[in-house]
Design a protein around this ligand. Structure first.
Ligand SMILES: [Zn+2]
Ligand SMILES: [Zn+2]
Length: 347
């Protein structure tokens, strides 16, 4: 038994998306449990059913499948009789051309990719053209004829009444319900909708300097449309992985670099791994921990202008994890030499 979502929402079989929304809002106002705390019992259960009906009917893909189920159960009659279409019978749900759904994904990239930019193919799950019927909705191999009314276009020019009187407008052909074809059997794989949930590999290219949280919109790379409708859009939210010793502040790049005590005292050369390779930094004698060395224009490129921020190498003194006995003795000697009180040290 199929629940009749149309009666639950109190709307006609051919209600528009706007009418579905309106009906749901109206019912939600009277039934929502949070708004009707004093109504005991029935309300919550009824609201659940209304919500379920709305979730199906407001989603074009789910609605097409549901209509078909309902039709099988005898709730909606096929719109075309056998006599006027030369033996072919329309068996699928109506498919008015409709833009595909917008698809949102989050894409994790490395810190280095955000600096250099990235281009790669990403597998994304979304509604795609059904490969069982190439999107026609008709079972593979089953006979199909072009719709005689609209000659295959799925639409007709028909007079529609407006404030200015009757004008010709493109309307969905009612013989084929917008499909352009008449078929005998619908595709089992997609239940005649022409779309299935699948994976599409999309080439995504991100500009050098792309920031964490940036949203990149790729027009026409979202879900496939119903009928001859265009594809939806793809929204990619970029998530940049952290890098242990690096951070970004606006377009400036900060790299933390540990130096040894002797180097801090005597100065010298320090080889630093940057995002563009290795760079040799000259450390002056008597360098204090947390000193910042500025290297101009070697920070992140601005993703729009391409201008680079600056690079700051922040040096800090990093005691070795483990030291040998010999080094320990020498350090003790050094402590004495520079006037440290040995009792104050954790030796
Ligand atoms: Zn199919
Ligand atoms: Zn037609």
């Amino acid at each position: 038994m199929v629940d009749d979502y149309y009666s639950i929402l109190n709307i006609e079989d051919d209600a528009t998306q706007e009418e579905v929304k309106r009906a749901y809002r109206k019912l939600a106002k009277t039934l929502h449990p949070d708004l009707n705390k004093d109504v005991l019992g029935g309300s919550a259960e009824e609201f659940k059913r209304v919500k379920e009906a709305y979730e199906v009917l407001s989603n074009p893909l789910k609605r097409e499948k549901y209509d078909l189920e309902l039709m099988r159960a005898g709730g909606i009659s096929p719109t075309v009789s056998q006599s006027n279409t030369g033996g072919y019978r329309y068996t699928g749900p109506p498919i008015a051309p409709q833009k595909g759904s917008d698809v949102k994904i989050e894409l994790s990239i490395t810190f280095s990719d955000s600096f250099n930019g990235m281009k790669k193919g990403v597998d994304i799950s979304m509604p795609i053209r059904c490969d069982g019927c190439d999107g026609s909705g008709s079972e593979h191999g089953s006979p199909v004829s072009q719709c005689p009314t609209c000659k295959g276009s799925g639409a007709l020019l028909a007079p529609v009444q407006t404030a200015q009187g009757y004008v010709n407008q493109r309307v969905i052909c009612s013989t084929c319900n917008g499909r352009g074809i008449l078929m005998q059997k619908f595709c089992v794989k997609c239940s005649g909708v022409g779309l299935i949930n699948g994976i599409d590999n999309i080439q995504i290219s991100l500009p050098a300097g792309v920031e964490d949280g940036a949203i990149i919109k790729l027009n026409g790379k979202g879900g496939y449309g119903l009928g001859s409708g265009p594809r939806g859009d793809l929204m990619v939210t970029v998530s940049v992985d952290e890098e242990a010793n690096m951070r970004r502040v606006d377009n400036d790049l900060y790299i933390e670099e540990s130096i040894s005590l002797p180097k801090a005292v005597f100065g010298g050369k320090q080889r630093v791994n940057t995002l563009e390779g290795r760079r040799t930094l000259r450390i002056p004698p008597k360098t204090r921990s947390r000193t910042e060395f500025l290297i101009e224009s070697e920070g992140f490129p601005d993703p729009v202008t391409g201008d680079h921020g600056d690079l700051y190498v922040v040096v800090y003194l990093d005691p070795p994890e483990e030291i040998s006995d010999a080094a320990r003795k020498l350090l003790k000697k050094l402590a004495l030499e520079i006037g440290e009180n040995l009792d104050d040290l954790g030796i």
